[in-house]
Structure formats: structure tokens, C-alpha cells
Ligand binder design. Structure first.
Ligand code: IMO
Ligand code: MG
Length: 421
């Protein structure tokens, strides 16, 4: 029996999961997305080409790879078709490399409308959703009225679709919200036909077979642990289990099958959308992180909020996910900084603590430690022995504070700007 390794984000998403999955996929013949949907934007850059994946697992570019869209995922057929067509233009044989779980839930056009209506009704309290229909689709899943990918094979699929759409229209009456009930419907039904051309499978059996045959699986998370519906900064979260246990529930794999857990984090923090962000910067430094780090949403284009690395939050994510290996991204963005700050503790209600508050409205003041910058272009360095001392000290400090080894240092967007330790 081989193992299922998990790779996931430890912050608020956008940690660089796409690059790392693509990189590690040489070692994993099977890559499986376990949750989330097209709210994700996983960027992969090689040479002059860059590609943003939303629903397709990031193993797709490797020859012979099997890419599973797992049951915990919510799938928008329109976005999926567009993504596949774009991949085909690059010569990627998507039909040979993608299989879809029957249990994945379908995002309907009216789910996107509900997402928009709910956000509009929240005014200042809005979540900052990507408006891809994620929350409403998971709501229908949990309230046991959703449509699943496997349902597209049923002869009465169109009637089932119409019945759910009618429920949505009824529900939308409770909002003061203008919309076109038929928006994107024809395109969506057309995209369903496209979906039917893919293998629609019982992926839990497929994955169990892979493990029995000794094939290692990489489970690819979307979003980040701090956006987890249970353990994130509720209600400013996404609607799925982004933490490690989501790999088991989203793929139908037993907890005992989990091997390594790769936890990805940026050397600083970013967040898109609303919600607490204790180390957020509103000054020149924050602007510099955004500009040099190209911190603009890959899915929505929104500027990302930026701030210093938050160790209490990172430790919390590591604890919940059972991280065995850390992957640090984008330290190169801070190459020009004289000093670098790291939040070591929080002050909450006048008391020093490392506990991430339950209440998202809680006032949190970060306590910082200042470390010297390295003032060196990290992205040009290919070997660990050539890295500047200040940077290696920074890495060692984080390892000491988290108790987990940083196994991979990503020092630029390209595949070869990576040091594996
Ligand atoms: P990747 O996989 C960053 C955020 C949204 C919003 C909240 C809820 O690229 O890391 P949703 O549309 O899920 O209902 O929005 O979650 N969010 C992300 N932020 N990266 C993502 O994905 C995200 N997916 C959702 O901005 O605050
Ligand atoms: Mg992203």
C-alpha cells in the first residue's frame, strides 16, 4: 500500500500551491483536487508560458499524469470547459488526463446569482466572495438538494436541473436583487454536454486501487487553512474543509492512508476579501509586497491585502493539518528589505497569547520580532550553500518556532527557481 500525500495552503490562500504541485507531480502519478472550486486560482509558470488553473488539478501538465477532480470539489461546467479548451490550445490532452468524481457537486448559474445576492445584502459585512457560487453550492450539498456530476448521466437530468433552478428562483424572492433567471443557462447546458465526454467515475475506488498498486497520490488543496469553514476566521471563510481532513472526506480516502503533509506558506501574508488579518500593512511596505509579489487575485484580479508573516496563525494551521514538511514561498519578494518583521504573539484584551481568537471581531495587536534582511537576489541562487546567512537564519528561525522542517524553498515563480533541501 502506498500513501496519499497532501499539499495545502497554511494561510488565506494564494500561497503558491499550483507551482509546488506542478513541481512535485513528477513524483506523483496521480494528483487529486479534494475541495473548493473555481474560487481557486492556481498559477503555473514555465518559461514564457503561464497558466491559471481553477478546477483542473495542477498535475495536468505532466505527461501520463492522472488528474482527479474529487467528490469534495464543486464544479462549474462553463469554467471547466473554458479551462480545458485553453489547455488543449497548449497541446495538453485533457481528455486523457482528467477524471471526474460522480460525487462532485455542480455549480448552477443560479448559484452564482445567489452568491451575488447574498453578498449584496450583507453590505459592509460582506465576505468578499469570489462570486463563483461556491457558498450556495455547498449549501445545497449540505441541505441535500444539490446536483452532482454523476447526475448528468441520468435521463431526467434536465428536469432535475429545472427543479433546482426553480427552488433558487423562489429563494431569490427574499432578496431585493435584480437578475436574469436565464443568464448563462444555454451555455451551461452546452457545457454539461462537454462534461459528459470525460470519464465520470467512482473516484474513491479508483484512488483505492492506485494505493493498492503502490501508486502515490498527491491530494491538492485549494484556498488555505485559515479559510477553512470550521477552523478559519468564521464567517469570513470559504464553504469547504480546506484543512487536511478535507482530503479524506473529499476523496474518500482513510486517514490512515495519509503520508506526508506538505504545508505551503508565503514568507509574508496576503488575504483577499474581508476578515481579520492581524499583521496587515497599510503603508509603503505593504504596497511594496503587493507590487513586487504581484499580489493581485488570479481569479478575480482584486488587489490582495498584504502583511508580515504571522507565526501564531502559522502554528495553528500546522497543528490542525499535521504538517510534516513546510514549503516556503516568495521570500525573494523581500530581497530589498533592510529588516523583516515576524509576528510572534498576539495581544488580546491586554494579554499576550498565541491562540488564534475564536471571534473574528476580536481586537488583535501583533507583537513583532525584527530580523535583518538579506539584501541579495535570492531568485538567482540555485544551491543552498550559496544562500546568504541572514536568509538561512530566517529559515532556521521559522523552523525553530514551528518545529517543522522547511523542505522546499521557492525563490521565484519558475519551476527551476526552487531549492529542495
Ligand atoms: P486559491 O486556491 C485566496 C476567499 C475569497 C473570500 C472567501 C470566500 O487560489 O488559494 P468564496 O468565493 O470561496 O465563497 O469566498 O475566500 N477565497 C480565496 N482567497 N485564494 C483562494 O483560492 C480563494 N478562494 C476563496 O476572497 O474572502
Ligand atoms: Mg490563487
Amino acid at each position: 500500500m502506498s500513501k496519499l500525500d497532501v499539499i495545502l495552503g497554511l494561510q488565506w490562500g494564494d500561497e503558491g500551491k499550483g507551482k509546488v504541485v506542478d513541481l512535485l507531480s513528477t513524483k506523483y502519478p496521480v494528483v487529486a483536487r479534494f475541495q473548493g472550486g473555481p474560487n481557486a486560482g492556481h498559477s503555473i509558470i514555465f518559461g514564457d508560458t503561464s497558466f491559471v488553473l481553477h478546477s483542473v488539478p495542477s498535475g495536468i501538465f505532466r505527461e501520463g499524469s492522472v488528474n482527479v477532480i474529487g467528490g469534495g470539489v464543486v464544479l462549474d461546467p462553463i469554467i471547466f470547459r473554458k479551462e480545458c479548451k485553453d489547455l488543449e490550445k497548449l497541446g495538453v490532452p485533457v481528455r486523457d488526463r482528467i477524471v471526474i468524481s460522480k460525487r462532485s457537486h455542480l455549480i448552477l448559474p443560479t448559484h452564482c446569482t445567489i452568491d451575488a445576492a447574498q453578498e449584496a445584502s450583507k453590505g459592509k459585512g460582506k465576505i468578499g466572495s469570489t462570486l463563483k457560487g461556491i457558498g450556495p453550492t455547498y449549501t445545497d450539498k449540505t441541505s441535500r438538494q444539490g446536483l452532482r456530476v454523476g447526475d448528468v448521466l441520468a435521463p431526467d437530468f434536465k428536469e432535475r436541473y429545472a427543479a433546482l433552478k426553480a427552488k433558487h428562483i423562489e429563494y431569490l424572492k427574499s432578496f431585493d436583487f435584480q437578475y436574469d433567471p436565464d443568464k448563462n443557462e444555454a451555455e451551461w447546458l452546452d457545457a454539461i454536454e462537454f462534461l459528459r465526454e470525460f470519464p465520470i467515475v467512482d473516484s474513491e475506488y479508483l484512488l483505492a486501487d492506485c494505493l493498492a498498486k503502490g501508486q502515490t497520490i498527491l491530494a491538492e488543496g485549494a484556498q488555505g487553512t485559515l479559510l477553512d469553514v470550521d477552523f478559519g476566521s468564521y464567517p469570513f471563510v470559504t464553504s469547504s474543509t480546506t484543512s487536511c481532513s478535507g482530503a479524506c472526506s473529499g476523496l474518500g480516502v482513510a486517514p490512515s492512508a495519509i503520508g506526508r503533509v506538505w504545508g505551503i506558506f508565503k514568507a509574508y501574508c496576503t488575504r483577499v476579501g474581508s476578515g481579520p488579518f492581524p499583521t496587515e500593512l497599510f503603508d509603503e511596505t505593504g504596497e511594496t509586497l503587493r507590487r513586487i509579489g504581484h499580489e493581485y487575485g488570479a481569479t478575480t484580479g482584486r488587489p490582495r491585502r498584504t502583511g508580515w508573516l504571522d507565526l501564531p496563525a502559522l502554528r495553528y494551521a500546522i497543528m490542525i493539518d499535521g504538517v510534516t514538511d513546510l514549503v516556503m514561498m516568495k521570500a525573494d519578494v523581500m530581497d530589498g528589505f533592510d529588516t523583516i518583521k515576524v509576528c510572534t504573539d498576539y495581544i488580546v484584551n491586554g494579554k499576550k497569547t498565541q491562540v488564534v481568537p475564536f471571534d473574528s471581531a476580536e481586537e488583535v495587536t501583533p507583537v513583532y520580532k525584527e530580523l535583518p534582511g538579506w539584501k541579495t537576489a535570492l531568485s538567482e541562487i540555485k544551491e543552498e550553500k550559496d544562500l546568504p546567512k541572514e536568509f538561512l537564519d530566517y529559515v532556521a528561525y521559522i523552523e525553530k518556532e514551528t518545529g517543522v522542517k522547511i523542505s522546499i524553498l521557492s525563490l521565484g515563480p519558475d519551476r527551476d527557481q526552487t531549492i529542495i533541501r
